[in-house]
Design a binder for this molecule. Structure first.
Ligand SMILES: Nc1ncnc2c1ncn2[C@@H]1O[C@H](COP(=O)(O)OP(=O)(O)OP(=O)(O)O)[C@@H](O)[C@H]1O
Ligand SMILES: [Mg+2]
Length: 234
């Protein structure tokens, strides 16, 4: 196990967001987190990253190297694609930067500035940056939300390829059940606020061998839809 969250509580004013949440993050796994809008998923990632402190509870583990891909790309507008990636490394590794740029399909755009890229290209640059940072735990908050279907499918492939090489642990928040089914070693369905774990699904098939049209995935999708639709806010 790489990180353990035990009995985490977080409240904003009189709003209970996290209520005795427990979560283990294992080595080399992708955890996908799905849950109702506003239930506290970003708050959970912010707590794991150390950006906000829980009111109560304990986080133990290897938290020195946590990477974070925010929903918006957060690239520096005055730096090129290459420079935006290079900036997060301790020592510059030119070959690794170029390999990552090629891997996420940005060959030829090394010297472009974020303003001259599409939203999808910027998002791919921020994913390359997160992998260059070489984090042990990578937090991703709905990183593909604004992408069209084909781009999303490509990005899922890129992500699996990069993860296969780096073998970091990834905590991936999404509203998209298919993304979770394609990526997660575990899918954690959260209940509405104050959030807790409603159900955990384990998927033992390697990501590169998954097909959403398989019966098993249709079955899992229906179960997740049932859980989420029984948990609507009144
Ligand atoms: N800094 C803050 N101060 C006060 N309330 C906050 C703060 N951050 C989050 N909240 C509240 O906590 C709840 C959970 O917010 P959070 O952003 O974690 O939800 P989420 O699950 O990520 O939502 P979404 O799916 O829409 O991204 C929301 O009701 C939000 O208004
Ligand atoms: Mg959020």
């Amino acid at each position: 196990m790489i990180c353990k969250l035990k009995g985490i509580y977080k409240r904003f004013d009189d709003l209970d967001v996290l209520n005795n949440l427990n979560l283990d993050i294992n080595k080399e796994e992708i955890i996908c987190i799905v849950g109702p809008s506003g239930c506290g998923k970003s708050t959970l990632l912010n707590i794991i990253s150390g950006l906000i402190k829980p009111d109560k509870g304990k986080i133990t583990g290897d938290l020195d190297l946590v990477g974070y891909v925010f929903q918006e790309d957060r690239l520096l507008p005055f730096k090129t694609v290459y420079e935006n990636i290079a900036i997060v490394g301790k020592e510059k590794n030119h070959k690794k930067i170029i390999d990552l740029i090629y891997e996420v399909g940005l060959k030829g755009f090394e010297d472009s500035y974020p303003n001259n890229l599409s939203g999808g290209m910027r998002q791919r640059c921020s994913i390359a940056r997160a992998f260059y940072f070489n984090s042990k735990i990578l937090l991703m908050d709905e990183p593909f939300k604004s992408l069209d279907y084909n781009l999303k499918v490509n990005m899922i492939d890129y992500l699996i390829k990069l993860w296969d090489k780096s073998k970091s642990s990834i905590v991936f928040v999404t509203h998209n059940i298919d993304e979770a089914l394609l990526l997660g070693n575990r899918i954690i369905v959260l209940s509405n606020r104050p959030i807790n774990v409603s159900k955990i699904f384990n998927i033992d098939i390697h990501q590169s061998k998954r097909s959403l049209t398989d019966k098993h995935f249709t079955y899992l999708r229906n179960q997740i839809i049932d859980l989420l639709s029984n948990d609507k806010e009144e």
